[in-house]
Design a protein around this ligand. Structure first.
Ligand SMILES: NC(=O)c1ccc[n+]([C@@H]2O[C@H](COP(=O)([O-])OP(=O)(O)OC[C@H]3O[C@@H](n4cnc5c(N)ncnc54)[C@H](OP(=O)(O)O)[C@@H]3O)[C@@H](O)[C@H]2O)c1
Length: 248
């Protein structure tokens, strides 16, 4: 129970990778705030799974891209739990299309959720974490943010932006024992990748040295290392969890 007494907020914690992160942090003893935006049923299921396993969690609805919503949600979380020790910026969306055809709205939605959303949440926790002189911030990037991908210019730009955001904030908060890192998954078996046509998935698998998609637990394991006490001297880094697909 390494995280006994710690309070963790996981954005987009209701489904997929975020859900696995929530379950794992709870297993390590943290109280977990499971954020979601549109599906309360999924968030409540995740909370119930955590409680069923003897952990503690609560669901909070807010849209990470909405600055006002984020500010008031984090104020409420501070009030309800007294502190925030761990932030995992996991909420993310895709709106794929070739750049020549990409609508401005598809660009804006992805940048607003995947990059500005992380900024909003980091801003909300940075002062309290500095004051308490302990904190862990982990943002979920993607292999696409490092390698690029045709049809995902908006997603790649947002995820690459997370690298600059992470490294800059890591420098700002390092002296206060607040570490700021990222995890860059390759192709992971979730709702997001289930949307891909079967032949594309097979093609992707063939190109991955390990010839399979990753699991949500593979990603959650990297997050649990970065938020642990053992990782106290690791900051401004990205762990790539991608079966060898990209070696950055
Ligand atoms: N799956 C992959 O292969 C893969 C690979 C690399 C990186 N990633 C990254 O990993 C993260 C999780 O991906 P996933 O595949 O687990 O996604 P997912 O299954 O589609 O789940 C997305 C989660 O984010 C939440 N969310 C979406 N927009 C939000 C917003 N504006 N505010 C708050 N929450 C929001 C959703 O909540 P609701 O259900 O309430 O809408 C849901 O909980 C993303 O950042 C993604 O880019 C995924």
């Amino acid at each position: 129970m390494q995280l006994e007494g710690k309070i963790a907020v996981v954005t987009g914690g209701s489904r997929g990778i975020g859900k696995a992160i929530c379950l794992r942090l709870a297993r390590m003893g943290a109280k977990v705030v499971v954020n979601y935006v549109s599906r309360p049923d999924a968030a409540e299921e995740t909370v119930a799974a955590i409680k069923g396993a003897g952990g503690d969690a609560a669901a909070y609805q807010f849209n990470v891209s909405d600055t006002d919503q984020v500010q008031s949600a984090f104020k409420q979380i501070q009030k309800d739990f007294g502190r925030i020790d761990i932030l995992v910026n996991n909420a993310g969306i895709t709106r794929d299309g070739l750049v020549a055809m990409m609508k401005e709205q598809a660009w804006d939605e992805v940048l607003d959720t995947n990059l500005k959303g992380a900024f909003n949440c980091i801003k909300a926790v940075s002062r309290p974490m500095m004051k308490q002189r302990w904190g862990r911030i982990v943002s979920i990037s993607s292999v696409i943010g490092f390698a690029g991908n045709a049809g995902q210019a908006n997603y790649a730009a947002a995820k690459a932006g997370l690298t600059g955001l992470t490294r800059s904030v890591a420098r700002e908060l390092a002296s206060r024992n607040v570490t700021v890192n990222g995890v860059a998954p390759g192709y992971i078996d979730t709702d997001m990748t289930k949307e891909l046509p079967e032949e594309i998935t097979e093609k992707i698998k063939a190109e991955i040295p390990m010839h399979s998609l990753g699991t949500v637990e593979d990603v959650a394991a990297a997050v649990t290392y970065l938020v642990s006490e053992e990782a106290r001297y690791v900051t401004g880094q990205f762990i790539h969890v991608n079966g060898g697909m990209f070696m950055g």
